[in-house]
Design a protein around this ligand. Structure first.
Ligand code: NAD
Length: 314
């Protein structure tokens, strides 16, 4: 199949591209390196089944024009702003990179006749809910611009899918971690400890507790529920989650333990959130994705430990 991966130079996108090429597909990546890196995709350059476009996807006209001669069997739309705090300081960031990129992808699919879509959504669409998060819970009130832009994307996807008979799979990812991590709490802690091995600043009170999924588990789930399983018309939404959840102090302990830092003084900034718009605790109901035949190989704590070991090795 010929597949388009937007955001394919990013952390998760790179792993997805590698798996799709391994399976023998033709893969076209579009990215503009706002957060992704050229070095992430350099390793694919010599593969004749791989092609790269440097385009700002939020520019709908330019995106559709530059890709007008390409016909795809499916689009994996991963491009978005993944720097939540940067987005929190400037709403334009998520409007452009999280929402407008989706709008451009949908317009391109409508014009070019592509009918299959995978979209990387997020737990942030649920907002700060106390109950177990089920896909059809309703009354979604995101508390960050990022969550708002993802939920708006989901709504646009619903309408485009209905109007154009798209077959769409949406995964709401929790925190994704693993080899070649480029952002997030584990990445931040390792960077900070390199700078100062005696003290670690921890945003909030350390009690923020969320599920962390290992990226290779996630890629397996994406491929299984898009390419290996026939997708019906309309939109299927899955919580792509794992068993368990890990709190921030436990993450700090695992990072120190695995990387050999001893007697580190934790300095908490205080409050029960890392920053305004941060959802301090959530847990997914995983019934739907388990019933679809997929379960993660690693629970949240195991994913955290394995990721720190990946960092140590690299
Ligand atoms: N990593 C996580 O924990 C997590 C959690 C929930 C959802 N997600 C979603 O998964 C997807 C991939 O996330 P990631 O962790 O790999 O982030 P990432 O930042 O590593 O990858 C996103 C990629 O999109 C590209 N991009 C952004 N705006 C663009 C634009 N206007 N035009 C072209 N390219 C653009 C960036 O350069 C980057 O390479 C994103 O949609 C993100 O919202 C990630």
């Amino acid at each position: 199949m010929k597949l388009l991966v937007t955001g394919g130079a990013g952390f998760i996108g790179t792993h997805l591209v590698r798996e799709l090429l391994k399976r023998g597909h033709d893969v076209v990546v579009v990215d503009n390196f706002t957060l992704g890196h050229k070095e992430n995709v350099d390793c694919f350059e010599n593969n004749s089944h791989y092609k790269f476009y440097n385009i700002d996807i939020a520019q709908t006209k330019e995106f559709c024009t530059k890709l007008k001669d390409e016909k795809f069997d499916m689009v994996f739309h991963l491009a978005a702003n993944s720097d939540i705090q940067k987005g929190g300081k400037n709403p334009d960031v998520d409007y452009n990179d999280t929402f407008m990129t989706t709008r451009s992808v949908l317009e391109f699919m409508r014009i070019s006749g592509c009918k299959k879509l995978f979209f990387s959504s997020t737990s942030a669409v649920y907002g700060d809910k106390k109950e177990l998060l089920k896909e059809d819970i309703g009354d979604l009130k995101p508390i960050s611009y990022y969550g708002g832009a993802k939920l708006a994307s989901e709504s646009f996807i619903e309408s485009y899918s209905y109007m154009n008979d798209f077959k769409t799979v949406i995964f709401r990812f929790p925190n994704v971690i693993g080899p070649n991590l480029t952002h997030g709490v584990i990445y931040d802690f390792t960077k900070k400890l390199q700078d100062n091995p005696h003290e670690l600043q921890i945003l909030g009170d350390g009690s923020q507790t969320k599920p962390y999924i290992y990226v290779l588990d996630l890629i397996e789930a994406i491929v299984k529920l898009t390419l290996d399983t026939p997708v019906e018309n309309g939109v299927e939404i899955y919580n792509a989650g794992v068993e368990g959840a890990t709190n921030v102090t436990t993450i700090a302990n695992i990072v120190c333990e695995e990387l050999g830092y001893e007697n580190v003084k934790y300095n908490y900034t205080g409050g029960n959130v890392g920053w305004k718009g941060d959802v301090p605790k959530f847990q997914y109901d995983l019934t739907k994705i388990h019933n679809a035949g997929w379960t993660a190989s690693k629970n949240s704590d195991e994913a955290v430990r394995e990721t720190v070991r990946n960092i140590k090795e690299s």
